[in-house]
Write a protein that binds this ligand. Sequence first.
Ligand code: IPM
Ligand code: MG
Length: 332
Amino acid sequence: MSRTVVFIQGGGAGFDQEKAVRRIIAAAGVEFDWQVFLAGQAAIDEGLAPLPAPMFDAVRAAGVALKTKLLHPPRVTENFNIHFRHDLGLFASVRPLKNLAGLPARFENLDILLVREITEDLYTAIEHEIVPGVVQSLKVVTEAACLRFFRFGFELARKQGRKTIHCIHKANILKLADGLFLDCFRSVAAGYPDIQPREMIVDNACMQLASRPQQFEVLVAGNLYGDLLSDLGAGLIGGISATGAVSHGDGVRVYEAIHGGPVEVIGRDRANPLPLLSPAIEMLNDLGHADSAGRICRAVEIVLKAGRPRTPDLGGDDGTQAMADAIIAALP
Ligand code: IPM
Ligand code: MG
């Protein structure tokens, strides 16, 4: 019997990406029992709840989900992606900054693990207006969340045999919030003598990443800095194609596309399929299909090196499915 994997479809370019990626996975010989849920904009368009309770039950039962970015109708102020992570108890988002073979990039041979805290910080979105013209947004940092997050980061670093880990912060200014974050890092680091703990202020980390990224093995960062650094990192390795996140909770892992594409590609078969294929490849590796994952990577490399077909964001004028067809045809 094939394994159940929940697919979460958030709308927009996600539809074209889903079709492409599921076809590629099937062509590589992996069969899943896909349980598809519409969420975000895709659900609202069908008159359904944007974050349906049965979807969460299904993800908890299966333990694994593949998810496109959840889009929003205009004027919706809450972000469904953030609610989704919160309701599922996802607390750490692992974002590999690793070159995709065949994809031209600013730097080659990068292999950095960015681990982002995803439960608190400014992302709690607790904001209020004190008087017109004066607003406050609260940055929330708790010891419990930080300790759990750093233990996760150090365990992952150890499992992957990485020797250094950089904690990214701004504790020189945010003495309390980032100060607590850093204190927790230090106390967890003390339990991992095999891994060198390093500390770096976030603005310097941006400069170091843009100039000498090879110095980093693992970055651990709070929610907002982690978001910014993951896009900066994407820029280093060639843009949105090689990005993706594995967001971890207790007993659940969600493989997330963190980029959909610009609005112009929506519904026009013009979205790049790789932002969803990249996390899908991670998922295949984790679920024991390393062979198929490797074959898909080689096929992607062949297509990227050939330079066509390419979607508009990669400089071409081809469609999502044409690119998927080419990847399938190139499967070794
Ligand atoms: C990401 C995305 C999300 C975030 C958006 C879609 C809310 O940018 O996963 O990096 O800010 O976390
Ligand atoms: Mg982001």
